[in-house]
Structure formats: C-alpha cells, structure tokens
Design a protein around this ligand. Structure first.
Ligand code: URA
Length: 193
C-alpha cells in the first residue's frame, strides 16, 4: 500500500542522507493537490525555494505558473516536487549519490498522489522517470508511457528563461498537456464534451 504524504514527509524530517543537509536552509518536500491528475517534477530547489521551503516559488516558478493556463490548469490543481529535496550549492547539477539517496522519496510521493500524468521538467526529472540517458531536446513534445503513467517531458522553465527561443516550444508543450488531460478524461469517462 502507498504511504501517505504525511508519512513520507515525517520520514524525511531532519534528513541527512547526503551532504546537501549541511548546506540547505530548508528541506523542500513538495506542495499541491494530494490527489492531482497532473504531477510536475523539477530538478532541485533553488535559492528562493531553499529559503521558502516550497518548490518553484522563484523566477522559474513564476514563469511556470504563467504557462499552466495554456493547459487549462491552476497551480492549486497540480502537485509539484523535485528530484532532490535540498538545494545543491550554487544550483549545481545533482550528483549521482544525491539522486540515489533522494529519489526513493520521490517514488513514494508519486505512489501516494497516483497522478495520471507526470510532467518532467528538464533532463534530471525526465531521465529519472523514463529511465533513459536521452536528453530533453529529443524527448519533449511527445507523450511517453511508463507503467500506468503518461509522461510529458518539457524543458525546464529556467532553460526557457535563459534562452527565449525555447518559449514558443514551452507554450506548444503546455497546449499539448491540455490536450493530453482532455484525452485522459475522455478515456476514463469524465470528459466534459
Ligand atoms: N528549479 C527546480 O527544478 N525546482 C524548483 O523547485 C525551483 C527551481
């Protein structure tokens, strides 16, 4: 049976399974609708998230919020968590041992929420969920099936902030997410057509 989000958060309290515990301000567990149809998975907390103990509340989060409407979503509809629960110093890439120590908890969060759709933001989340070494550029724009989940890899919002050529692609991918949500609702007989 799946653990509850409360139980998972309790297990993580005071976590020191990797060295990020020495530099973090707060552990950033995840936030949102505990029965969300759509769960977003990012990479790791940044500076604002480390201070505020909530994922995607900095610039990348503001941009993400602005895109959700293209998929017919509001921030309170979704659940959002990261591959790593603690901020890597200077926002460096997650290390293999950090990913290994932290992702059992992400896996439990996915089981607890049991979403229909996983949106993976950037390379680290996509590689973890799809168990692939392929990069996000070749994987985005298509729906992948893994187990009972539809997985939609999307560029990390921070990448589109730095490279404005990616913004139109991001918007297309959020419209695709909207169509995927509608399709899944029709398949389970709750579509509003
Ligand atoms: N980038 C992420 O991947 N996650 C956050 O929570 C914030 C920025």
């Amino acid at each position: 049976m799946a653990k509850s989000l409360v139980d998972i958060a309790t297990e993580l309290e005071g976590c020191c399974r990797c060295a990020l515990s020495e530099t973090r301000t707060n552990l950033v567990f995840g936030v949102g609708n505990p029965t969300a149809e759509v769960m977003f998975i990012g990479e790791a907390p940044g500076k604002q998230e480390d201070l505020g103990a909530e994922p995607f509340i900095g610039a990348a989060g503001q941009y993400l919020n602005s895109l959700l409407a293209l998929a017919g979503l509001k921030r309170e509809d979704i659940y959002i968590a990261n591959v790593l629960k603690c901020r890597p110093p200077e926002n460096r890439d997650p290390l293999v041992d950090e990913i290994e120590a932290c992702t059992p908890f992400l896996r439990e969060q996915v089981k607890a929420i049991n979403p229909e759709i996983l949106v993976t933001l950037g390379n680290f989340a996509t590689r973890f969920i799809l168990k692939t070494d392929r990069g996000i550029t070749g994987l985005r724009g298509q729906v992948h099936i893994t187990g009972r989940f539809s997985v939609l890899p999307i560029f990390h919002p921070a990448a589109a902030i730095y490279d404005s050529n990616k913004k139109a692609i991001m918007e297309d991918d959020f419209r695709l997410l909207g169509r995927l949500i509608a399709q899944r609702r029709v398949e389970r007989g709750s579509g509003q057509l």
